[in-house]
Write a protein that binds this ligand. Structure first.
Ligand SMILES: Cc1cc2nc3c(=O)[nH]c(=O)nc-3n(C[C@H](O)[C@H](O)[C@H](O)COP(=O)(O)OP(=O)(O)OC[C@H]3O[C@@H](n4cnc5c(N)ncnc54)[C@H](O)[C@@H]3O)c2cc1C
Length: 477
């Protein structure tokens, strides 16, 4: 059995960053074991099937927190990453009324955000309720101060902001926590124009080619971790290989770590079982179901200068996607990113949420493109401001993200369902690891606005590498 100082499970941004920092500190005897046949994890860029050179991100596509985002700083320095602060023109489109100017709802949306925060700041013992309930509470309390139009648009906008951030609907999101991270972002947001793949390349470059060739194992699925021996941890792979190590950094998403069914292909056996505090907090971590849909057209038929469209639904209840086949994408809010405005390319990327994102992933392959188009055409007809009765052209290609059904991810990134425990307390336990040799990294192990983000993954890898570097220094004293 090959022995390594550190085994890193997972070759996403968290695992790679941990390997870089260890390497740069002189701890070169490490290995990354990655289940997929590629590195990057949830950083995944696909090529257009129709337009040469055009790329779409199925996972991350923005740098958040640009005042505190090392990935962004690197990207600027690299000169190979093209980015754009997409805080330009937005258009809000309502199902009934078309274009809605923001003065009709913005002050109410701001006031509602303040209300949500105040409600829990004033009474920390107030039970968590869903965002929908909290909105209803506000509307009920202040109904005499609001016009019908303000109520309708503000609710629609709040839904769009929350649901397309988390990938979950407002009736399932925590009123207490769902805007907490969002409101802590530091700095603007920048869109990656030429694929997050390029961002990841700038990071990978920090590992020598030799390391990448010999110390990164792809198609290496870990199915058992044995820490019964106090002097080494043994990491077993599905294919029978195994590695022993002094330290283990596990970056497997918590959505996978929490699987308890031994029949599940991603079940990870711990020997002995995980310490009780970890067993207790793991089920408390939830992944949302953000979905991405790319619509590639031959030409642009929508406003060229609008960077984002927010489609504001006027429904407040959720259709039954299995029983009621008359629904379409107007039954949910959506956000539409305009590649024409950002990059002069006639494509639109639509963000969508559970249950629609899961429904779309499960559509039969043969009819998928046609079925997706049927769902979203009514929204694009309205957003494109094409006069009523005029036809819009069909897309030349449609692509959809796979994350919910993806067996190594099972969702998009961390979210805050109603009733969840305090995310800070959950991370406190995770961040302690155990036995001073088994450590957890990953975007969801971060607190605050980096949680669930690519730079959160980066920070978590940095944190765990630092822990090992410090431990080694102490051991040598
Ligand atoms: C649709 C979507 C949109 C997003 N948008 C943004 C955005 O705009 N901006 C942003 O900053 N972030 C965004 N994110 C989040 C960002 O992509 C992630 O936070 C980040 O990539 C997570 O990195 P990670 O290394 O922590 O986890 P991952 O990338 O999930 O890496 C974990 C790795 O572990 C591997 N693995 C799992 N199980 C095993 C096993 N048993 N054995 C071996 N290997 C295993 C996986 O294959 C994977 O490669 C988005 C994510 C999604 C899905």
């Amino acid at each position: 059995m090959i022995h390594k100082k550190v085994v890193i499970i997972g070759g996403g941004i968290s695992g790679v960053k941990a390997a870089i920092d260890l390497y740069q500190a002189g701890i070169t005897d490490t290995i990354i074991v990655e289940s997929r046949d590629r590195l990057g994890g949830r950083l995944w860029t696909i090529n257009s099937e129709k337009t040469r050179g055009l790329k779409f991100d199925m996972g991350a596509s923005w740098f958040h927190d640009t005042l505190n985002n090392p990935l962004f700083e690197r990207a600027i320095k690299s000169k190979i990453v093209k980015y754009h602060f997409d805080d330009g023109k937005c258009q809000y489109v309502s199902q009934d009324d078309g274009d809605v100017p923001s003065w009709k709802f913005q002050t109410i949306v701001d006031e509602m955000m303040s209300y949500f925060k105040l409600a829990y700041d004033k009474d920390p013992s107030k039970p968590d309720v869903s965002l929908k309930r909290l909105c209803e509470e506000y509307m009920h309390k202040y109904k005499d101060r609001l016009t019908e139009e303000q109520k309708q648009y503000a609710l629609g906008v709040i839904r769009a902001l929350a649901e397309l951030y988390h990938g979950e609907t407002w009736d399932t999101l925590s009123g207490k926590y769902c805007f907490a991270n969002m409101n802590q972002h530091v700095g603007r947001r920048a869109f990656v124009e030429n694929g997050y793949y390029n961002v990841f390349q700038t990071v990978l470059k920090e590992l020598p080619r030799e390391y990448l060739n010999h110390n990164v194992k792809l198609n290496a699925h870990v199915d058992k971790i044995d820490y019964s021996n106090p002097s080494k941890v043994i990491v077993h792979l599905f294919d029978g290989r195994s590695y022993s190590c002094d330290y283990l950094i596990c970056t497997i998403p918590q959505s996978i770590l929490q699987i308890t069914d031994p029949k599940d292909s991603c079940y990870l056996k711990w020997e002995p079982t995980l310490p009780p505090p970890l067993q207790k907090v793991l089920p408390d971590i939830h992944f949302g179901s953000l979905g991405k849909l790319v619509f590639e057209f031959n030409e642009c038929f929508w406003p060229e200068d609008v960077e984002r469209f927010y489609a504001i639904t006027n429904t407040t209840s959720k259709p039954d996607l299995l029983g009621d086949l008359s629904f379409n994408a107007w039954d949910f809010p959506s956000v539409i990113v305009n590649y024409q405005a950002l990059m002069r390319l006639p494509s639109l990327v639509i963000l969508t949420q559970n249950p629609l994102s899961k429904y779309i992933e499960r559509l039969a392959k043969e009819d998928k493109q046609q079925d997706i188009w049927k769902l979203f055409k009514p929204v694009l007809e309205q957003a494109s401001l094409v006069p009523k009765g005029h036809q819009i052209p069909d897309p030349v290609a449609i692509y959809n993200s796979p994350w919910n059904g993806e067996y190594l991810t099972r969702g998009s990134y961390g979210t805050t369902p109603v009733g969840m425990n305090d995310p800070y307390k959950i991370n406190q336990i995770l961040n302690q690891g155990f036995q001073n040799r088994i450590r957890f990294a990953g975007a969801e192990t971060m607190n605050g606005s980096a949680n669930g983000c690519a730079h959160g993954g980066w920070f978590s890898g940095e944190r765990e590498a630092r822990f090992i570097i410090e431990s080694e220094k102490k051991a040598k004293l």
